[in-house]
Write a protein that binds this ligand. Structure first.
Ligand SMILES: Nc1nc2c(ncn2[C@@H]2O[C@H](COP(=O)(O)OP(=O)(O)OP(=O)(O)O)[C@@H](O)[C@H]2O)c(=O)[nH]1
Ligand SMILES: [Mg+2]
Length: 286
């Protein structure tokens, strides 16, 4: 669009927001229109096992699981019963941690995000903090959209577990500035409990709480939708501002033109008789 008649600051802002809006619109057209839960976290922390547990796959057939770096590309599985698309992402490490566009695209198309941290390793490490900080800047309403699943919690000493959980919570609050849902979970124990019908074991894994959280978030628009709505509102507001400014400029120009016209008219009125006399005098010598 051509904003050259506007002042430079407003024109630049309009250009910028217009581009961001168009890019987000194009992304939304590419994205599947299905409720998605995206699972992210460091390698080997139990992302794929958790995906299987959430899809009620007790044998880890849907999302391959191993004790080495396994998931190397995004893998999705639609859970037919709930209509939820579970998206398993490759684990990050120092070597792979980056502001990778692909990862961001997955984050922002998510309705909900689960960040998997292994509670066996205690606090979050620097890479995990960095990823959470990037998430916070890329994803809108992260507080409500994010669940931090502290995995491999089964068998941990309860007092140690409580201390570790408290320090992870504090880290997230102080270093990332958010206060999301956070629970100690164990996907393997959950799978076993479900397979054997052991309700106590199932409840102890906190996976039912995670499932409740997902169910409660079913009305969350994706981050992309929220972004589009916010950017769309801002774009419309700036366009209105541009229209008002152009209208005010036009009004100013019209009133200047009118006052110039009036000035010339009164000038002519006051000089008209002397100009006519001079004209008539000249005419006599023609
Ligand atoms: N005890 C226990 N083991 C778990 C849990 N979650 C995962 N594991 C084990 O941890 C290992 C890695 O699990 P994965 O689910 O493959 O981990 P991942 O995060 O998907 O790993 P990458 O795809 O390589 O990034 C496997 O041996 C799992 O059995 C858990 O909650 N409890
Ligand atoms: Mg995996």
């Amino acid at each position: 669009m051509n904003y050259r008649y506007l002042d430079a600051e407003l024109a630049a802002r309009l250009e910028e927001i217009g581009q961001a809006y168009d890019a987000a619109l194009a992304r939304r057209e590419e994205a599947a229109d299905v409720f998605s839960v995206v699972i992210i976290g460091q390698q080997n922390n139990g992302k794929s096992t958790l995906c299987n547990a959430l899809c009620r796959d007790w044998d880890n057939r849907k999302f391959p699981v191993a004790d080495r770096r396994l998931t190397s590309s995004v893998q999705e599985e639609l859970d037919e019963d709930s209509g939820i698309l579970y998206v398993d992402t490759p684990g990050f490490s120092s070597a792979t941690t980056s502001d990778d566009e692909r990862a961001r695209a997955e984050w922002i198309r998510a309705n909900l995000l689960i960040f998997v941290h292994s509670i066996r390793s205690g606090e979050l490490d620097a890479d995990e903090v960095r990823i959470l900080q990037s998430l916070e800047s890329a994803v809108s309403d992260l507080d409500r959209r994010l669940f931090v699943a502290c995995s491999k919690a089964g068998g941990e000493n309860p007092d140690n577990l409580r201390l570790k959980m408290e320090s992870v919570r504090t880290q997230i609050r102080e270093l990332v500035g958010i206060d999301p849902a956070i629970e100690a979970v164990d996907s393997v124990f959950y799978q076993k409990g479900m397979e054997k019908g052991n309700e106590q074991l199932v409840a102890s894994t906190n996976i039912p709480r995670l499932l409740d959280w997902i169910a409660a978030g079913r009305n969350m628009p994706s981050s992309l939708e929220t972004f589009l709505r916010k950017t769309g509102d801002e774009y419309a507001r700036l366009l209105e501002q541009a229209r008002d400014r152009q209208r005010a400029d036009m009004d100013g120009m019209n009133s200047r033109r009118q006052s110039d016209k009036n000035r010339m008219l009164s000038c002519w009125t006051s000089h008209e008789s002397s100009v006519r006399d001079a004209w008539n005098r000249c005419a006599r010598y023609k």
